[in-house]
Design a protein around this ligand. Structure first.
Ligand code: AMP
Ligand code: FES
Ligand code: ZN
Ligand code: ZN
Length: 322
């Protein structure tokens, strides 16, 4: 007996993807509809933004951020893009290429910042200069520059492409260590406060696999490689662990994260030290900080005066440590 081709749950056309967590298969058209519905539900449930808001979408060149930019535009939002050139060798050159092509082809406005040109350093150099894990210098730079670009450009919110897999992996790590302070801040919306813009993650109800399928059916070209520096980091391990659980028991991943938001988050309100702490202005750049000079200005000072380091050197140093 030959197996029946799988059919779309909505229209019975041949399916392009099976989604065990929804116990259904979908054709291209209904997969796109599902992605839009899930995004709209997240925007609505967590009160992210309104149709008149001006959004700044941080785009890395990966599938999630390009897809969320396209979906927001299609849903009628005013959304510009923001790309930060991190100077991670070929990986950054490729990513920047995908983002620029995406914006050009759709005639969308893209704000670009280049760490080396605009701030005199790049992520590999910052990693060596600060002797900290590269992802920490990278994360700090991105957070500060997302905030600055949004405040300078008068945007109502910064949007990132974090998906359900990303958020569930972070939650897994925070739960393993009972990081109450982080758990109290892990929410798909962070309200604007003291010089920080509002930050939103509209893809938290959609998985990595769903976003990859969305890009495939919409013909969105994106950088497939992971950042070479991040390869092997803890979160990738958590994602694998969650995928193994999901395979055994479809729906576990979304229940883990979405039920955390509905059941646990309300109990953790007000538990974050950062939300309660006094905030001053950085003496150099005016950004909110708890000290005299903010962590970003200290990073720029240390890294900007260091001789430029190629990404290969960081990878070699990492290999030796592992
Ligand atoms: P990551 O921290 O690499 O997992 O990326 C999470 C989100 O941050 C992405 O979905 C993007 O929205 C944003 N992002 C990451 N890298 C960049 C970049 N170089 N420029 C602009 N946005 C970025
Ligand atoms: Fe930040 Fe790789 S993207 S270290
Ligand atoms: Zn269909
Ligand atoms: Zn500063």
């Amino acid at each position: 007996m030959t197996a029946q081709p799988s059919r779309c749950r909505s229209c019975k056309a041949p399916a392009v993807i099976d989604l065990p967590r929804h116990n259904a298969n979908f054709c291209a058209e209904h997969l796109i509809q599902l992605c839009h519905r899930q995004m709209a539900k997240a925007i609505d449930d967590y009160d992210m933004f309104r149709p008149t808001d001006r959004l700044l979408v941080a785009v890395s060149g990966g599938k999630d951020s390009l897809a969320v930019w396209e979906m927001l535009i299609e849903a009628g939002y005013q959304a510009d893009g923001l790309y930060i050139g991190l100077g991670i060798g070929e990986y950054s050159e490729d990513s920047g290429g995908y983002v620029r092509r995406f914006a050009d082809e759709r005639d969308l406005h893209l704000v670009t910042i280049d760490l080396r040109e605009d701030y005199g350093y790049d992520v590999p150099t910052a990693a060596i200069a600060t002797k900290r894990v590269p992802c920490s210098a990278c994360g700090l730079s991105k957070r500060r520059l997302f905030d600055k670009a949004a405040m300078d450009g008068g945007y109502d919110a910064v949007v990132t492409g974090h998906n359900l897999d990303d958020e569930a992996a972070v939650l897994f790590g925070n739960t393993l260590r009972w990081e109450v302070d982080y758990l109290a801040r892990q929410f798909p919306v962070l309200e604007a406060r003291d010089g920080f813009p509002k930050k939103c993650k509209p893809l938290v109800r959609l998985t990595e696999r769903e976003m990859a399928a969305y890009c495939l059916v919409r013909g969105i070209d994106y950088v497939v490689e992971e950042c070479p520096i991040a390869a092997g980091n803890r979160h990738l391990g958590y994602k694998e662990a969650l995928n193994a659980i999901e395979k055994q028991s479809p729906g576990s991943k979304s229940a883990f994260y979405l039920n955390f938001l509905s059941q646990m988050s309300p109990l953790l309100e007000g538990q974050s030290a950062a939300a309660q702490g006094e905030v001053d202005e950085c003496k150099r750049c005016g950004a909110p900080t708890t000290g005299d000079v903010c962590a970003f200005c200290r990073l720029v000072e240390k890294s900007g005066t260091h001789v430029a380091v190629p990404v290969e050197m960081v990878l070699k140093t990492r290999r030796r440590r592992h």
